[in-house]
Every structure is written in structure tokens, then in C-alpha cells.
Design a protein around this ligand. Structure first.
Ligand SMILES: [Zn+2]
Length: 268
């Protein structure tokens, strides 16, 4: 009988799972060992320990990118995983993939080119030659729902699925506050100015290493004018006239939209 633990093995961006009908689960240590034809404990530096999220150990492993899942197993990207596992596991899988990806891309020092190693204390890769520390990458991005009475401003990026509109979002630039980033993104992408900017909530977004920081704001002035580059269309929508498709429940964008719709309907 093995003590409870989560084993998260990634081939490229995809997680190794055991298929059980519509649901999937993580492999047990013995199943993983059988698949890998080795003891997971002997994977050496391919193994990425994670802080225990739930009171039991969580471990991540880096499989060869071309790894093929055997019969009964599957390899799932994070977005596909979302529908098929409990929320806690989805969160831990996102964290694990970010760590694995960080280790994959920081095995050499970007300053002097020497091979790096795990720092003894810090969550960092250390260069034994020049001493440079490489911390995990995290790219903060702001996301904002702008409202005007019972309408909200949603926009379409060129890469969106057909009919989908979402809240305006963008990466924070060096030297900027979060509030400045929100105002700049709105001015650049949809041409509107806002007031009453309020913090809404945040969400780790492991695609591949963002942190989404959500806000609500009220429209102040400016006609909607899209940049045609990052945003190809933007419109005011009401609870009675919604776009054909809203962002997935996976995202803070959807939480912002649902929160607005609830408030707008209450106000009716
Ligand atoms: Zn170095």
C-alpha cells in the first residue's frame, strides 16, 4: 500500500494520465514506474519536487518530448485537462508544468553559458561559474471588464475561436503599475478611458507562465476604436444581447463577465 501522492509526468506540455471513461486520473507510483520501465525515484534530475499543495506529496517529472502514452494512458494538454479533473488537480498541474518548463529552459546560464544547478535554499537555478541566479519566470498581465450602465465592453482578438468576445487584457510593461497597464491597454486596443478602477481578483495562468490580475472599471469617455492588430472588433454587450460565445469557465475573464451579468440582472 503506497501513501497518497500525486505524480505529474509531462511530455512537452502534456500530462500523463490514466483514462477512465470521461474522467482521467493521475498514475500511481507503480503505474508510472511500469510505464517508464524504471523506478520514478531513480529519475534523478529529471524529477521536479513540488511543495505539497494538499497535505500529500506532489512530484513532477520531465518525460522525453516524444514520449508515447501506452494503452490505457493518455497525454492531455492543460486546457483539455480542465474539463476532466477536479479543480485542485488542475491548479497543481498548472504549477507543475510551469516548474518543469522553467527547469527545461534554464539548464544553462543566460549570462555566461555554464550549466546551472538547483539552488540549495532558493527556488532558483544557480550558475556555479558566475553566481547568477535564475528565478522562475512569471509574466503579470492585467485583464479588465469595462462597464457602461447595463453594458460591458468585450473584444475579439484575431486568434479567438469564432464568435468569441472577451475582456481586454495585456501584459504589464517594465516600469508600469498595474493601474497604468490597464489604462494603456484600453487606450491602445479599444480607445476608451475609464474611471473607478477596482481590483477584482487574480488567477495563475500557466499558458505558459502568466499571472492574470483582474479589474473592473466604469467607462468615462471615448468611442470604441479598435487597433485592428491585437483587437479586431469590440462592442458593448448587455445581458439581453451577448456575443455568440463567451470565454471558458477556466478563465478569470469568464468570472468577470459572470459577475457583471449578475449585477446587471439584479439592477433590472
Ligand atoms: Zn553564469
Amino acid at each position: 500500500m503506497t501513501a497518497r501522492a500525486w505524480h505529474l509526468a509531462f511530455a512537452g506540455p502534456r500530462l500523463l494520465v490514466v483514462e477512465e471513461g470521461p474522467r482521467v486520473r493521475l498514475p500511481e507510483a507503480e503505474e508510472l514506474a511500469a510505464v517508464l520501465e524504471t523506478d520514478p525515484g531513480s529519475l534523478g534530475n529529471a524529477e521536479v519536487p513540488l511543495p505539497s499543495a494538499l497535505g500529500w506529496p506532489c512530484r513532477a517529472y520531465d518525460l522525453p518530448p516524444a514520449f508515447d502514452a501506452p494503452q490505457g494512458f493518455g497525454l492531455l494538454g492543460l486546457r483539455d485537462l480542465y474539463e476532466r479533473v477536479p479543480d485542485e488537480l488542475f491548479r497543481v498541474a498548472g504549477t507543475a508544468l510551469q516548474k518543469v518548463d522553467w527547469l527545461r529552459t534554464h539548464s544553462f546560464c543566460s549570462r555566461c553559458g555554464h550549466a546551472t544547478r538547483r539552488h540549495r535554499v532558493h527556488e532558483a537555478m544557480e550558475c556555479p561559474a558566475c553566481g547568477h541566479l535564475h528565478f522562475p519566470r512569471l509574466a503579470p498581465a492585467v485583464i479588465v471588464l469595462v462597464e457602461r450602465g447595463r453594458e460591458m465592453l468585450l473584444a475579439r482578438s484575431p486568434g479567438f475561436p469564432e464568435g468569441m468576445y472577451s475582456t481586454v487584457a495585456g501584459f504589464v510593461e517594465p516600469g508600469e503599475s498595474l493601474e497604468e497597464a490597464v489604462r494603456r491597454e484600453l487606450a491602445e486596443e479599444v480607445g476608451v478611458e475609464i474611471e473607478d478602477l477596482r481590483y477584482f481578483g487574480s488567477q495563475p495562468w500557466p499558458f505558459p507562465h502568466s499571472l492574470m490580475i483582474g479589474f473592473t472599471a466604469r467607462w468615462a469617455r471615448g468611442e470604441v476604436r479598435v487597433d485592428g492588430d491585437e483587437v479586431v472588433d469590440a462592442q458593448w454587450f448587455s445581458p439581453e444581447r451577448l456575443p455568440p460565445r463567451l470565454p471558458s469557465g477556466l478563465s478569470i475573464a469568464r468570472r468577470l463577465v459572470d459577475d457583471f451579468l449578475k449585477r446587471a440582472r439584479d439592477r433590472q
